[in-house]
Design a protein around this ligand. Structure first.
Ligand code: GTP
Length: 221
């Protein structure tokens, strides 16, 4: 599989610009997780291949295109900021849920609280997405380079993902580019698959509706 990145990132895009971007975007990716887990590091690593170390803690939306197996794919990444108030940390707004076609939930392997935030955000997405249709989710345990400070085992992370029907990766945004590439690439594939299977379901539902309309009419004639 060949992945080429031709970067057209637009950081700090205003929220009012989202509808304009959506005209050319194939997928909207929302990056969530507690404070300081490396959401920006993961996103910037993927977009620029670089790890800067310190990131401005502002909400950013980037547009981007990649060439996957010769196909141009446009997408947006919303790098969210976690509220400092612990009561609000699990909050995922209706606006974010409506916007997103796929989610990346990040925790730090050295921060138990951040793992609990992911668990709760997962529940909230599952509850609210019932209304908006299912969307693929990838759970990411970041900071794998900090093994000596590990609080969450790989098995625990993987178990959460399996029990929630998500994909799972442990990466170090600080150490390598490859992990972030695989995460975004996998999610993009999942969004595409999800979209084509919902189209098929909608098609089947349409056929069922037409058939029942015909037979329903006949019964009443
Ligand atoms: N050791 C290590 N540090 C990392 C890694 N990823 C990010 N960091 C550091 O963790 C800190 C937080 O990273 P950010 O990317 O700003 O985290 P964030 O989740 O976007 O934080 P908020 O914007 O505050 O929500 C920074 O000091 C990064 O340098 C990693 O893989 N390993």
């Amino acid at each position: 599989m060949v992945v080429q990145i031709s970067n057209s990132q637009q950081p700090h895009t205003k929220m009012s610009d989202i509808s304009h971007q959506q005209q050319k975007v194939e997928a909207n990716i929302l990056v969530l997780g507690a404070e300081n887990v490396g959401k920006s590091a993961l996103t910037v690593r993927f977009l620029t291949r670089r790890f800067i170390g310190e990131y401005v803690g502002t909400e950013s939306i980037y547009t981007h295109n990649v060439r996957v197996d010769g196909r141009e794919t446009f997408f947006s990444i919303w790098d969210s900021v976690c509220p400092q108030n612990p009561d609000l940390q699990t909050c995922v707004s209706e606006e974010q849920l409506r916007w997103a076609d796929g989610f990346i939930l990040v925790y730090s392997i050295c921060d138990r609280d951040s793992f609990n935030v992911v668990r709760q955000q997962l529940q909230r997405i599952r509850q609210l997405k019932k209304r908006h249709g299912a969307a693929p989710i990838i759970i990411v345990g970041n900071k794998r380079d900090l093994q000596h400070r590990r609080q969450i085992s790989s098995e625990e992370g993987r178990l959460l993902a399996i029990s929630s029907d998500c994909d799972f990766f442990e990466i170090s945004a600080a150490e390598a580019y490859h992990g972030s590439l695989v995460v975004f690439h996998q999610l993009l594939e999942a969004v595409r698959e999800n979209r084509s299977s919902s189209k098929k379901t909608a098609g089947i539902k349409g056929i069922v509706r037409s058939v029942s309309a015909v037979f329903g009419k006949r019964r009443t004639e």
